[in-house]
Design a protein around this ligand. Structure first.
Ligand code: NAP
Length: 201
């Protein structure tokens, strides 16, 4: 059994990831609500405080990455930076800071999303930062120390989120959260490293 920090545990993707972590001791974290630790992934001190408070852990599974949605013509720099500081730098900082705390042979699993390979209108910032995270994971895996690993789950839309996103995503087939949970499980329990784990229908 591993000790796994699940960030964004109360969100839709967090709940999907949780279905794949049943063999482990899961420590939940998020920005608000009934979680074991409150953390803001856009704040370096908050990330350090989370790792200090947890102490020993074998895996970090992050499912947070806030994105702004607008056309490229209308998206402001503030909206771009909000997305970059959460979905891109927030996740990079979880690894940059976490590498000092995580146990030997531990693993990080990040989240991106299908829109960097199957674009839809209004999702330029989500797609761009998802692409950045997919690239980050592939390349940083070559520099991971102490036998630690890193992967990213790149899912299509969840069935559980279809009521919110379905109208924006004609022609997409949602997948159940349990299938996405398997991808997180493969990252945490497997030996893969530097992989973008696509989950598409
Ligand atoms: N849902 C899908 O079908 C789907 C598919 C592919 C990829 N994704 C990606 O998965 C990620 C999560 O999506 P979701 O659908 O799970 O969203 P969600 O249901 O809105 O959940 C997001 C969770 O993250 C927390 N959070 C937001 N900003 C945070 C921060 N700075 N620090 C810590 N926690 C924070 C939220 O807490 P609060 O409630 O306190 O704000 C909430 O619990 C996004 O990047 C999304 O693009 C989602």
């Amino acid at each position: 059994m591993k000790t796994v920090i699940l960030i964004g545990a109360l969100g839709k993707m967090g709940q999907a990831a949780l279905t794949g972590l049943g063999n482990h001791k899961v420590i939940t974290a998020g920005r608000s609500g009934d979680v074991d630790h409150i953390v803001d992934i856009t704040n370096e001190q908050s990330i350090s405080a989370l790792y200090e408070a947890v102490g020993h852990f074998d895996a970090v599974v992050n499912t947070v990455g806030f994105c702004e949605y607008a056309t490229f013509a209308e998206m402001t720099e503030v909206q771009w930076m909000t997305t970059v500081m959460s979905k891109m730098m927030g996740q990079i900082n979880l690894v940059r800071i976490g590498q000092k705390y995580i146990a030997d042979s531990g693993s990080f699993t990040l989240v991106s999303g299908i829109l960097n390979t199957k674009p839809i209108p209004f999702a330029i910032a989500d797609a761009t930062t998802s692409g950045a995270i997919d690239t980050f994971v592939k390349i940083v895996s070559l520099e991971m120390q102490r036998n630690t690993r890193i992967n990213v789950v790149n899912p299509t839309v969840l069935a559980e989120a279809w009521d919110v996103y379905g109208e924006m995503m004609p022609g997409f087939q949602p997948v159940p959260g349990t299938l996405v949970g398997k991808a997180f499980e493969r990252s945490v329990d497997g030996f893969i490293n530097g992989e973008v784990i696509f989950v598409d229908a």
